[in-house]
Write a protein that binds this ligand. Structure first.
Ligand code: ARG
Length: 577
């Protein structure tokens, strides 16, 4: 169904056309502060300039031309010429009733089912796994969930760094020190692998003999020599198991399509760029020079696609990937979730893909979703307690154990099995929510204490409100199916109307999030929902009142919006606490 905002925009648009003819104006409508009404329209101020009329006069003409005025209890011209709209209780109640029956809970059906690629997580095999990869995993999963809910065809891709010269030294080192692992006789884990990687790197820098051996291994691997290739597979496998543990704990599904997947296409990409006369040689390397990209000195900044030794790199792989995603996957939208540090890289990849005529922005939308650093409470880059970043999984287990302590303190009578379950849910939800609720482009501070607070903008607070609504239904003890079949929402009390208008905005918020890919739009919305629900619950008695049934139906809509909101954020729910 249409969102209220879209409904109003369509009406404002028709009114502009019928009052002023063929003027150039997009309906400019946005939600406004509650004391002024529900939505505000700013078109009169812009139109006044074009029409050479007083803004308030334009506003009045616009209002006069408006159809279906019975939807509003008040339409007011304010200040220099804003129009404030207030819907009637009846109109809102009816809208909410429709929203309750809508599987999309008020989001418009997509005009076309889009193929959306969300590329996220993307750690590097054997190399350091840092908390940025967890951020990417949480944010990417949330965006994928959003598009899935809205009815799109989503491909979740894990672009792991599973290829490159670093494998040469790692294989050379492991052949010397962990041969039984490479043959498969001995099992091992991700932390050991990272240890070998660090040792291999040290040796590579110090020992020219070893450096030669490593380079030889690279050549062997590239030509798929069986021993080296098998070693590579073993190494990837160990890493994969390590990541999987994190994905399982976070309940994240993702399809692996690492850098190595694009190896067969790299030469072809460079050839095609050459044929299109886009390549220039700079210091022996093949480069693309794209307009508008300059380094700090103001000199043109090249995108290198083939090194002087003939090797391909990160940029080449990303060009092959975008070409593949456009022509083979036939993506309508491609979203890349990485730290903001890589935004220049992606801007250049997008520009190059456009220049090569692979990417047509009117057909395929590409977005780099950047995020800031994770900081510790000390304001420095976050490190786990041991200072070793590879123990990333421990960070999640630690959140669970913090949640458990908190529950022991707050709800000491809870039985231990229930406590363990709840601690698991709260711990993981808290980590996810803390990340998603901060504006992603800013750095965010990781604090167990803060993310597990019972008050404020936290997962715990939201879950608590959600559980409370379940409690209302339980307390009244009514048959849900029966109540929903024979009663409808009848907004009356101001706190009830305030909750109702907010519920009606769910679809609008998801549309906004779909546009600019900020998960904190949704967390802000849910936080406000929890607060409005608490005010409603304080002011409007449910049980045993004449409005009991209609209020239960309103509670049900709140419950569904919460539940759907949590699902999109990737949060698990509980029904009691
Ligand atoms: N593996 C990279 C890293 O850890 C992230 C990959 C991002 N995706 C891409 N298509 N380049 O920094």
């Amino acid at each position: 169904m249409d969102t209220l905002l879209d409904w109003l925009k369509a009406h404002v648009f028709s009114a502009i056309k019928s009052a002023f003819g063929d003027v150039d104006a997009e309906p400019n409508v946005a939600p406004c502060q509650e004391e002024f009404g529900h939505y505000q329209c700013n078109n009169a101020l812009q139109l006044a300039k074009v029409l050479k009329l007083a803004p308030r006069q334009v506003a009045q003409k616009l209002i006069d031309a408006l159809l279906e005025k019975e939807a509003f209890s008040k339409i007011e011209i304010a200040g220099p010429g804003f129009i404030n709209f207030t819907f009637t209780k009846e109109f809102l109640s009816e809208y909410l009733q429709k929203q309750l029956k809508d599987p999309l809970l008020g989001s418009p059906l997509p005009k076309k089912r889009q193929k959306v690629i969300v590329e996220f997580s993307s750690p590097n095999v054997a190399k350091e796994l840092h908390v940025g990869h967890i951020r990417s995993t949480i944010i990417g999963d949330c965006l994928a969930r959003l598009f899935e809910f809205l009815g799109h065809d989503v491909l979740r891709l894990n672009h792991i760094g599973d290829w490159g010269t670093q494998f040469g030294m790692l294989i050379a080192y492991m052949k010397e020190h962990a041969a039984d692992v490479l043959t498969g006789e001995q099992k091992t884990d991700l932390p050991s692998l990272m240890g070998w990687y660090r040792a291999a790197k040290r040796k590579f820098d110090e020992d020219p003999e070893f450096k030669k051996k490593s380079q030889l291994e690279v050549v062997q691997l590239q030509s798929h020599e069986p021993l080296a290739f098998h070693a590579w597979e073993v190494i990837c496998d160990i890493s994969r198991k390590g990541y999987q543990e994190i994905y399982d704990l976070l309940d994240v599904k993702i399809h692996e399509r690492g850098e190595s997947f694009y190896n067969p296409y790299l030469k072809n990409v460079v050839d095609e760029l050459s044929e299109k006369h886009l390549i220039q040689i700079s210091d022996g390397a093949k480069c693309l020079f794209l307009e508008g990209f300059k380094n700090r000195e103001g000199d043109p900044l090249p995108l290198m696609v083939q090194k002087s030794d003939g090797g391909y790199n990160y940029d080449t792989t990303d060009l092959a990937a975008i070409r593949y995603r456009i022509f083979v996957d036939r993506a309508d939208r491609i979203i890349y979730v990485t730290d903001v540090g890589q935004s220049l890289h992606f801007q250049m990849i997008f520009a190059a893909a456009q220049k090569a005529l692979w990417l047509d922005p009117s057909k395929t939308q590409v977005d780099h979703v950047g995020f800031g650093l994770v900081l510790g409470v000390d304001g420095k880059k976050f490190k786990t307690r041991s200072g070793e970043t590879e123990k990333l999984i421990d960070l999640l287990y630690e959140a669970i154990s913090h949640a458990k302590e908190l529950l022991l303190e707050r709800l000491p009578d809870m039985d231990s099995q229930e406590r363990d379950h709840l601690a698991h849910v709260l711990g993981i939800d808290a980590v996810k929510y803390a990340d998603l609720s901060s504006n992603r482009t800013k750095d965010y501070t990781f604090s167990y204490e803060r993310m597990l607070r019972f008050e404020g903008n936290t997962a715990v607070f939201l879950l608590y409100s959600y559980v409370r609504i379940h409690g209302i239904w339980r307390k009244v003890g009514a048959n849900k199916a029966e109540v929903l079949a024979s009663h409808s929402i009848q907004l009356d009390h101001p706190s009830e109307i305030s909750l109702g208008t907010h519920l009606a905005r769910f679809g609008e918020v998801l549309e906004m999030m779909k546009r600019d890919l900020y998960p904190n739009h949704l967390t802000d919305y849910l936080y406000a929902l929890a607060e409005k629900f608490n005010v409603f619950f304080r002011d409007c008695r449910v049980e045993g009142t004449p409005q009991e049934k209609s209020r239960l139906v309103l509670c049900e809509l709140a419950l569904r919006v919460f539940a759907q909101g949590f699902d999109i954020l990737g949060l698990k729910k509980v029904e009691r606490m």
